[in-house]
Design a protein around this ligand. Structure first.
Ligand SMILES: [Ca+2]
Length: 123
């Protein structure tokens, strides 16, 4: 019975995270958090899933500079305008249905999880 529950839970997680057109990125940290990036506002268009530990991750391929909405799944992330977590950033601690509302539409090039030292919304 327990095994069945684990299998069902695994299937549910996989359904939620790994949909078509995703490019899952993982690192070796034990604690990870998932963020979903969407090409269009209101969580539409091509969806990309990133599972992040503590490292900065660059947005690969056609998803770069195309994100218009994000689902943070209850976690906190820093969205950066340049690769390697450089340049202007926005601290997203909740889901954002239209990144133009925080002047970040089609601008995200890298991201990382928030750390305890992140206190400002942007530089
Ligand atoms: Ca877009």
């Amino acid at each position: 019975m327990y095994l069945h529950l684990v299998i069902i839970a695994t299937i549910l997680v996989n359904c939620g995270v790994q949909v078509a057109h995703t490019f899952p990125v993982r690192d070796n940290s034990t604690t990870t958090a998932t963020i979903l990036l969407f090409e269009d506002i209101n969580f539409r268009g091509i969806q990309v899933s990133y599972e992040l530990g503590q490292s900065c991750v660059n947005i690969q391929g056609r998803a770069n500079d195309r994100t218009s909405s994000v689902d943070t799944k209850g976690d906190c992330f820093l969205l950066y305008e340049h690769t390697n977590c450089r340049g202007r950033f926005h601290r997203a601690n909740q889901t954002i249905d239209d990144l133009s509302s925080v002047n970040f539409n089609d601008s995200v090039s890298s991201l990382r999880r928030c750390s305890e030292n992140d206190t400002q919304n942007r530089i």
